[in-house]
Design a protein around this ligand. Structure first.
Ligand SMILES: [Zn+2]
Length: 252
């Protein structure tokens, strides 16, 4: 087969993943290749790609290139046309995190978001669980997102937990799903309200005196009350909400 050229233009923040700053990449190819593989050979994981135009026509990841081709590659959440040709699901409420994102997981659970976190799990187990449980995989490991079966998942740009939390809420349109202080930070199960009398035996002396409202984890039994960290956590949540609300208003 004669070699041919695929010329890709990466739009929006997809250039984040490219090796050079140039958003246009040319690839010389010698055999029929799926557009997914061509895009990923440039460093861009396919779950980050929401629309592909091949010579101006919408295409899916399995589209095969076999001659000179112009390709437009678009990220999620750009204000673009062709909603019916989008490749990603925007709104997802269940997640699984890789084993290096403990602070992000804690933040998301604090906001009531369902996140499975199992640091000893192998890559393959994470990917499989994300599929069987229908969870979006959160990671900073690009290789993980290049597994063929991975689909609606997300690569965190920032290394800072607070910014990562905002990224996830933004990417998956989660602001309306936030329900703070409803989920266990340790095990991810939901909390239930309990009477003080039910848990009083387990409380420290000062907690017994100063607090009246308690929640208990339905999974591990951990007891929560609005203690000394509460105001700090609440301020963190308010900060996240304010950032996203301001973004939303400036876009609309
Ligand atoms: Zn728990």
């Amino acid at each position: 087969m004669n070699p041919f050229t695929v010329r890709l233009k990466f739009h929006g923040d997809l250039s984040f993943f490219l090796k050079s700053n140039n958003a246009i990449v040319e690839r010389q190819i010698r055999r029929k290749t799926s557009i997914k593989d061509v895009i990923e050979s440039c460093g861009v994981p396919h779950p980050e790609v929401d629309l592909i135009l091949v010579n101006g026509q919408p295409a899916n990841f399995a589209h095969v290139v076999e001659r000179d081709t112009e390709v437009g590659v678009y990220p999620i959440n750009t204000r673009i046309l062709l909603p019916e040709n989008r490749l990603q699901t925007i709104h997802i409420e269940k997640f699984i995190s890789d084993g290096h994102l403990g602070k992000l997981v804690r933040d998301l659970r604090l906001l009531g978001i369902d996140v499975v976190y199992d640091p000893p799990a192998e890559d393959r187990q994470l990917v499989d669980r994300s599929r069987t449980d229908n969870r979006a995989l959160l990671t900073r490991d690009r290789r993980l997102l290049m597994y063929g079966i991975v689909q609606h998942d997300y690569y965190l740009r920032s290394q800072k937990p607070l910014e990562q939390t905002i990224e996830v809420l933004r990417r998956f349109d989660l602001l309306s799903a936030v329900a703070s202080f409803t989920r266990c930070l340790h095990c991810n199960a939901l909390l239930e309200q309990v009477e003080k009398s039910e848990v009083i035996e387990q409380l420290e002396p000062l907690t017994k005196i100063y607090y009246q409202k308690f929640r208990r984890c339905t999974g591990c039994g951990q007891i929560y009350w609005p203690g000394s960290h509460f105001d700090k956590l609440r301020a963190r949540i308010e900060g996240i909400r304010a950032t996203l609300t301001a973004e939303f208003q400036s876009e609309n």
